[in-house]
Design a protein around this ligand. Structure first.
Ligand code: ADP
Ligand code: MG
Length: 285
């Protein structure tokens, strides 16, 4: 049976926009040793905005953006959305690719009238042996673009860290809980976010399945883990955690797979949920 104190915890949670689902166990909530977070949409706002286009010689910014936006036009990734909206805002003509393949955690390969376009991160460029310039650390993402196997420029896309990320991380540390971040993004961008927020352990360039393995490894080393994510790709990681929590602003699949849902997108809800669990556990004893 569900202890009475747990109901008061559910009530306290709902006032703070925290939904404890039926299956979540207080026991599990109280044993958490590490809070593991996805970067994009959890620690950052996930509001991607195109900041700058850096074309190579012989191509204009407009041409670069048109090619990349066309290649990305069928993708549902937030980075793709930001590229397509920037192109539309500039009145550029986007054409649907003849064929397109999206590689999770990498980018897209598209066949356009102009040729074969590859848009994505450094890892994707490396895979196709396309030489790219050094990428500068930032909170956002750099999308590299190649046409018929030749690098033609890059797009710099910004994201911003949530306002309460730093205070939420220190609140977790005050509860004696370690913090870790998992991301498919580049090491530089991951380190920049960790430096700004105080997150202790950083694991970058992970594919969705790598996140599941990494989470299990953190659990093996340090005990029970709570994972917080928001994407479709995060569902298996949420399922693999002792407690899985989803941002209410996230994908339906993530919300479904979670034990706890944060209705606001604030990060304060993370330490708050653990605090509520501790208080109701104390009452129930
Ligand atoms: P996260 O782990 O931060 O949630 P994803 O796994 O969705 O991120 O993506 C990881 C990285 O892969 C992104 O930071 C980006 O560099 C690249 N990427 C993924 N999809 C696309 C896309 N459609 N266009 C360009 N780059 C992409
Ligand atoms: Mg994500």
């Amino acid at each position: 049976s569900v202890p009475l104190a747990f109901f008061s915890g559910i009530g306290a949670g709902s006032k703070k926009g925290i939904l404890f689902k039926g299956g979540v166990s207080l026991e599990a909530m109280n044993n958490i040793k590490t809070v593991v977070m996805d970067k994009t949409g959890t620690i950052t706002k996930g509001n991607f905005i195109l900041q700058q286009t850096v074309p190579e010689k012989g191509i204009t910014s407009e041409e670069l953006l048109t090619l990349c936006a066309s290649a990305e036009s069928t993708s549902t990734h937030p980075i793709a959305h930001s590229i397509v909206s920037a192109a539309k805002e500039k009145g550029l003509e986007i054409t649907e690719p003849k064929s397109v393949e999206e590689l999770a955690g990498h980018g897209v390969l598209a066949v356009l009238a102009q040729g074969k376009v590859i848009c994505g991160n450094k890892k994707l460029m490396d895979q196709f042996h396309i030489k790219t310039p050094f990428n500068a650390p930032s909170y956002g993402t750099e999308v590299f673009v190649a046409l018929d196997g030749i690098y033609i420029g890059r797009l710099m896309i910004s994201d911003t860290i949530k306002d309460d990320a730093r205070s939420a991380v220190s609140a977790l540390q005050n509860l004696g809980i370690k913090t870790a971040m998992l991301t498919g993004d580049e090491t530089d961008s991951a380190n920049a976010v960790a430096g700004e927020t105080g997150i202790e352990q950083v694991y970058a360039r992970l594919l969705p399945q790598d996140k599941v393995t990494k989470l299990a490894q953190i659990r093996d080393e340090n005990g029970a883990v709570m994972f917080i994510g928001d994407g479709i790709n995060d569902a298996p990681v949420l399922a693999g955690a002792d407690v899985g929590a989803a941002m209410g602003s996230g994908a339906d699949a993530a919300i479904e797979a979670a034990d706890v849902v944060f209705m606001t997108s604030s990060m304060e809800a993370i330490p708050e949920s653990l605090h509520i669990a501790r208080v109701s556990n104390r009452i129930s004893k």
